[in-house]
Design a protein around this ligand. Structure first.
Ligand code: CR1
Length: 812
């Protein structure tokens, strides 16, 4: 496959007029042109929104050329393409990233300032596109960036949710309050609507068997309409497409009803159809089987498969060649219906023999598992599946039967106890199944898919997650980026393994001082923002100790807040003991239906209220929890962090990706041996990582003794006292019942072994305090973290997928 680009007469280094460097004068002209002709305004009357849109369109113009070039090159080379199917793309803001990738950061700054606007304010006007919940969705966004950077021909396929993840506030006494998010209220400057690319997606109805094939006659149908966003890679060498599907009614409007004066009924078909792409399900690792969710999954998967086959058929005539041109990646089980849908299309619509169709589909499909939480492995009632997707249910049963026939001694099935297990379906229909960190992949092999792994040895592979250094270092931490460039030279942004070249410089005091000064300045910026936004003054010289991620019991924000309470008590008892000053920062949302997680959020806010009011401890301990954590907030917090809290119950966090962003930005980790923490620690060295807690297998052992929590509480005065303070109402104005659910759970079941790990966590935190006492050595450790974690670039991850799973060679 190498050399295909040359055969097609396309040379990646060829620079056309549109990719020549642009100076600020030209960019200014382009912005003014868009202000006038796209926004219909002159400069005098332009609002912030007008300016942001004009800049967006001017930059977007520069993305078109590489985008077309990449599309033509892929077509000319008849290259295999990756189709990344994901329910979630947590992309955040796009403008700053795009400006950076096409090399216009300075020109844009100058042009915008010259037109009388503040550049940062213009960038900040863009809504944060939260079409995802957490790690899984953000990973998909990093992968888009890396696939474009590496010249991997790819399409991201997902849903164009009208409302992304809810907005969080703490308006009600520190409780999480959710309101609808509205990112599409203003025009979305990046997307291109494609009315010609639309497919009819059916649901329900009946199936007429017709010999080998069948005819499915759906009862209802909606239209899936494509909206394309170009995703340009580093230095504009390549661009791919993110294609999001919006649902519309086949007939938008019931004119007869309107004419009778029933306006609500007239709009009903449109409203009904649109519910399918209306809102993102706000759950992350917990999943409930809801009919609408199943319809969303089928909706975007079926539209994508249709689109993939249309593109293939336009270039080829023999469907047996599909696997040499098409790699479909299922991001978790959400698009698992891709297997049966592809088989259906091949058998019912193209007359392929069933077993051949299954083999063909499998040769195209890959499946990434992102969690072992049993409640998150999707299962759909057979009754529901049969009702919503009757033909697919038949196909699933047939796949199940032939798999059972091929492996008669084993006892694995897709359909069991009246449920369709989407994990098993995905596994059986994929040629590669991957976990997302070394530990997680081993656990996938040993637990959820042990039987299937024995039947299909070699199918499970590991692809440890990564993050894009463009957004998470270059964009988020410009000061550190300059220092890196000054130290090791340019070109590390797409060769992140080059960060090891920093290591010799760390021995130099001057370098360490610069590194420390950058962290200090980032912290001052964050402190200013906290003061402005929350009215809380924090000491920028204190240790910034940060836990930002979704709220879940397995992530153990409650372990952190219990330690905070214990620490507060200890400081009060001995205020003169030279405590390392700390600012504890929390961020994150809980699924609206997750009662325990919301109780933890409420507790943290109340602990913050009480501790921040204590004048004895004010100088050494502050707790802040800014509401509505999102990608943009992460970009602000991570470069200003000293300590990264990665404290999940071992065996539960599949990988984590925030942990990588912190290390890269020079924060030290306090963490368990879980997910990618294991690999971070291996790379940075155990002496530069604060390890605590039980291992995954020790946790399993611990759970076998039902009184593990009670024993841990008895053995630890600090832990006992902290729980008692909560129970005594110290954080609930004397209300002794408020956190009953939480404390009872800790004392009783404590499935996530918060109590059993508490003392070990406490000790590790005191080692952190001691290390903080030697600031220069802390800086040395922090810089080592940056220097040794370049491996966590998502470019490395995508190279792994290309080689092991997709069998694709890059085009550049
Ligand atoms: C995992 O919890 C992992 C991301 C991306 C999450 C997290 O540890 O880093 O996936 N899983 O692989 C998830 O969101 C629905 O499952």
């Amino acid at each position: 496959e190498k050399g295909t680009s040359a055969q097609s007469g396309w040379y990646p280094t060829k620079i056309s007029k549109e990719t020549l460097p642009m100076d600020s004068t030209e960019l200014r002209q382009s912005i003014l042109k868009h202000l006038e002709f796209s926004m219909g305004k002159d400069l005098v009357h332009a609002s912030l929104y007008d300016m942001r849109m004009a800049l967006t369109l001017a930059v977007r113009d520069r993305v078109i050329e590489p985008w077309f070039r990449a599309t033509r090159a892929t077509y000319a080379a008849q290259s295999k393409r990756v189709y990344y199917l994901s329910m979630e793309f947590l992309i955040g803001r796009l403008l700053e990233d795009a400006i950076m990738n096409v090399g216009l950061t300075e020109a844009a700054h100058e042009a915008v300032a010259g037109l009388g606007f503040d550049f940062e304010t213009v960038l900040a006007d863009e809504p944060d596109a939260a079409l995802g919940n957490g790690g899984l969705g953000r990973l998909a966004a990093c992968f888009l960036d890396s696939m474009s950077t590496l010249g991997c021909p790819a399409y991201g396929y997902g849903i164009r949710y009208e409302h992304g993840l809810f907005r969080q506030s703490f308006a009600q006494d520190g409780r999480q309050v959710e309101t609808a998010e509205d990112w599409l209220r203003q025009a979305h400057g990046w997307e291109f609507e494609r009315p010609e690319a639309s497919f009819r997606i059916g649901f329900g109805g009946s199936v007429a068997e017709n010999g080998r094939t069948a005819i499915w006659t759906p009862e209802d149908a909606v239209l899936a309409k494509a909206y394309d966003t170009p995703i340009v890679g580093w230095q504009g060498k390549w661009a791919n497409t993110l294609r999001l599907w919006g649902a519309e009614a086949l007939t938008a409007f019931d004119l007869a009803a309107f004419n009778k004066g029933d306006f609500t009924a007239a709009a009903a078909p449109e409203a009904l159809a649109r519910t399918i792409s209306r809102v993102l399900y706000p759950d992350d690792t917990t999943e409930q089987g809801k009919e609408l969710r199943l319809k969303q999954e089928f909706f975007f998967t079926a539209a994508s498969i249709r689109d993939i086959l249309r593109r293939f058929n336009a270039e080829h005539s023999d469907l047996s060649g599909l696997p040499s041109r098409v790699a479909i990646q299922m991001n978790d089980t959400h698009p698992a219906i891709a297997g049966p849908e592809l088989v259906r299309a091949l058998v019912d619509e193209s007359g392929m023999e069933f077993d051949t169709a299954v083999e063909t589909a499998r040769a195209c499909l890959g499946y990434t598992n992102h969690t072992l939480m049993p409640e998150a492995l999707e299962r759909w009632p057979e009754e529901l599946m049969s009702r919503v997707l009757p033909r697919h249910m038949q196909i699933i049963e047939r796949i199940d039967e032939s798999h059972a026939k091929a492996h008669p001694k084993r006892n694995v099935s897709i359909v069991e106890n009246g449920e369709v297990k989407m994990g098993e379906l995905s596994f059986i229909m994929a040629n590669k199944v991957n976990g997302v960190s070394a530990l997680h992949t081993e656990l996938v092999k040993d637990t959820v898919f042990a039987e299937l792994n024995a039947l299909h040895p070699g199918r499970i592979v590991n692809e440890t997650n990564g993050v894009t250094p463009r957004r998470w270092i270059k964009g988020a931490n410009p000061r550190l980026s300059s220092l890196i460039t000054d130290t090791i030279g340019a070109g590390w942004e797409d060769r992140l393994e080059r960060l090891v070249e920093l290591e010799p410089a760390i021995a130099d005091k001057g370098f360490r001082n610069q590194f420390a000064e950058i962290k200090a300045r980032n912290k001052r910026d964050l402190a200013d923002w906290i003061e402005r936004d929350m009215g809380i003054a924090v000491n920028p010289a204190a240790m910034f100790d940060v836990q930002i991620k979704r709220f879940h019991e397995y992530k153990r924000q409650h372990l952190n807040i219990l330690e905070t309470i214990a620490l507060w008590q200890e400081i009060r008892a001995n205020p003169g003991a030279g405590w390392a000053p700390r600012v504890k920062i929390f961020g994150g949302k809980a699924a609206p239906g997750y009662v325990m997680a919301k109780e933890i959020i409420h507790l943290i806010n109340n602990v913050a209220r009480v501790i921040n009011a204590d004048t004895t401890t004010r100088d050494v301990l502050t707790v802040v929890y800014p509401p509505n954590y999102n990608v943009t907030m992460a970009e602000r917090l991570i470069p200003a962090s000293d300590l990264s809290e990665q404290i999940s119950t071992a065996g539960k966090e599949a990988s984590g990706t925030g942990n990588m962003k912190f290390s890269l930005n020079g924060a030290l980790t306090i963490g368990t041996l879980d997910g990618a923490n294991v690999e971070i620690r291996d790379l940075v060295g155990p002496e530069n990582f604060f390890l605590f807690g039980m291992t995954a297998s020790e946790v399993v052992e611990c759970r076998k003794t039902p009184d593990h929590a009670a024993r841990a509480i008895k053995a630890s005065n600090r832990l006992g006292a902290a729980i008692e303070m909560i129970e005594a109402g110290a954080f609930s104005n004397g209300d002794t019942e408020m956190y009953h659910g939480l404390t009872q759970n800790l004392r009783g079941h404590d499935y996530f072994t918060v109590c059993a790990d508490f003392d070990s966590y406490w000790d590790a935190q005191r080692r952190v305090d001691a290390a903080w006492g030697d600031q220069d050595n802390w800086t040395r450790m922090a810089a080592i973290n940056t220097a040794r974690t370049g491996w966590f670039s998502s470019d490395r991850t995508i190279q792994g997928y290309m080689a092991d799973v997709w069998k694709i060679t890059p085009m550049i």
